[in-house]
Ligand binder design. Structure first.
Ligand code: NAI
Length: 478
């Protein structure tokens, strides 16, 4: 089979960018991205794409209407496709067995059932969503149980390693492409078909093929290892704050060791897109009766939670232990810069705690829509009284108005524009004493202190006598 038509089920942060790049690099292949959500597809077909990702607009503009299509006509796309990517969401289960940890595979299962119902010819079905190990087996069972005569399926695992904010570059210059499949001749042939798509732009030596289960587990393992590095440096940031060490210096010092390397050693406020995948790994370990392994990875998640609450507690403590009746500005709401995605963002944790303590919040993010912020902060898991929350928050379209008359600024996302704001102007328009809590370590702290701000950050004591604990217990001045 030579792949002429591809269908991608799920037009989200993975399906959209991945298939846009495939269309760009494989002009002879027709790529159709489908979704159940009409609004999302309409946005993909408009000038304002549903997700913000640097470079994505240009790729979509170059291919849309030529060999790249976004559609809600799932039937036609599946019927015509030789190869189908499943790129649907796999959130953490919120109810039932494994609630709060296991991946909810209902969307993957839904996609598999749709394919089984519609397909009339042989298909290669590629699992791109991040799934538990052996999820491909469930997909195959659903497809086989509903198989029409003469139709056969090959299931491949091809997890996605792109990071939001750098997705286009990650896709075009991927470190590696991982493809897992059956060891049978038919499985190997399907792997070759998918390899031939990536080989349009990825050198063959960067395409790594494995058995299906290794491929599925590798995705969870990669995210767990990355999260572990972040949790490790974050744990050390607490030690730095208590001792006078500077976590940035520690990170540079240890990162210079070639066995360790410098990437993913940036301490921050916590929060990441890894949580759901590690929780999924923990759940798998528990199901496999490996409690020690489960506890080991659970600690990585717990350390991330601890970092978020430690930071928020510091904000409240610094503001004389009460934020009730005070106005706090949250700069940045996305979970990282260069994306509008707010899933698992630490800003939700910070906002929730401050709201619970009675603060009024002024929020600004360059790419997160106002509606999304309201939706996140009035979600039942965050608040009991949406009306009360709506009254306590205002979303602004620029940073300056968001900071006016505030008692404190809490910087939650490392957007570049926050580095170059006119903090002199901001200082003069804030309540005094004016506080800045830099949760991402991106600001010029010395300059801010010189302007009159009280500044706190992660992993470094900026404005209190060092080693208070070891030098006679002088109390913290800020
Ligand atoms: P998303 O939530 O942005 O997009 C998923 C889309 O699938 C939604 O638009 C939803 O409407 C659609 N969908 C669900 N069921 C459907 C069905 N039966 N038919 C048609 N459309 C359906 O999710 P995102 O972020 O793109 O993630 C997808 C998968 O990729 C997840 O498993 C995630 O863990 C994984 N992943 C995500 C990365 C990221 O940075 N967002 C990176 C690497 C992997």
């Amino acid at each position: 089979m030579v792949i002429k038509k591809i269908c991608c089920v799920g037009a989200g942060y993975v399906g959209g960018p991945t298939c846009s790049v495939i269309a760009l690099k494989c002009p002879e292949i027709q790529v159709t991205v489908v979704d159940l959500c009409k609004n999302r597809i309409a946005q993909w077909n408009s000038d304002k794409l549903p997700i913000y990702e640097p470079g994505l607009d240009n790729v979509v503009k170059a291919c849309r209407g030529k060999n790249l299509f976004f559609s809600t006509d799932i039937n036609t796309a599946i019927l015509e496709a030789d190869l189908i990517f499943i790129s649907v969401n796999t959130p953490t289960k919120t109810i039932g067995n494994g609630k709060g940890r296991a991946a909810d595979l209902k969307y993957v299962e839904g996609a598999a059932r749709m394919i089984a119902e519609i397909a009339q010819s042989d298909k290669i079905v590629v699992e791109k969503s991040t799934v538990p190990v052996r999820a491909a087996e469930s997909i195959l069972k659903i497809l086989s149980a509903n198989q029409k005569p003469g139709v056969s399926y090959q299931i491949l695992s091809n997890p996605e390693f792109l990071a939001e904010g750098t997705a286009i570059n990650d896709l075009i210059n991927a470190d590696r492409v991982l493809i897992g499949g059956e060891e049978s001749p038919a499985g190997q042939a399907a792997i070759e078909e998918l390899c031939s798509i990536y080989e349009h732009w990825i050198p063959r030596e960067k395409i790594f093929t494995t058995n299906t289960w290794s491929s599925e587990l590798s995705k969870l393992a990669a995210n767990a290892m990355l999260a572990q590095r972040i949790s490790s440096i974050n744990s050390l940031s607490a030690v730095c704050e208590a001792t006078g060490a500077d976590v940035s210096e520690v990170a540079t010092a240890i990162g210079l060791d070639s066995r360790i390397g410098s990437k993913f050693l940036q301490a921050s406020i916590g929060g990441s897109c890894f949580q759901k995948d590690i929780l999924n790994l923990v759940y798998i370990c528990e199901c496999l009766n490996l409690p020690e392994v489960a506890a080991y990875w659970q600690q990585v998640v717990d350390m991330n939670e601890y970092q978020k609450s430690r930071f928020t507690a510091k904000v409240i403590q610094s503001l004389f232990n009460t934020v009730s009746g005070k106005t706090v500005t949250i700069l940045g709401f996305a979970f990282k810069k260069n994306t509008g995605d707010t899933r698992e963002t630490p800003a939700i944790h910070v906002a929730k705690t401050l709201l619970d303590e009675g603060a009024t919040l002024k929020i600004y993010d360059p790419k997160v829509e106002e509606e999304q912020i309201y939706c996140d902060l009035t979600h039942p898991s965050v608040c009991e009284s949406p009306e009360k929350v709506k009254k306590a928050i205002t979303v602004y379209q620029d940073a300056y108005s968001a900071c006016e008359n505030s008692h404190a600024i809490v910087l939650c996302t490392e957007w570049d524009e926050f580095k170059t704001l006119d903090y002199h102007k901001i200082y003069h328009e804030m309540m005094k004493p004016a506080y800045i809590f830099d949760g991402r370590k991106i600001l010029d702290h010395k300059a801010l202190i010189d302007l009159g701000f009280h500044v706190q950050t992660i992993g470094k004591c900026l404005q209190r006598p060092l080693l208070t604990r070891f030098c006679g217990g002088t109390s913290c001045m800020h």
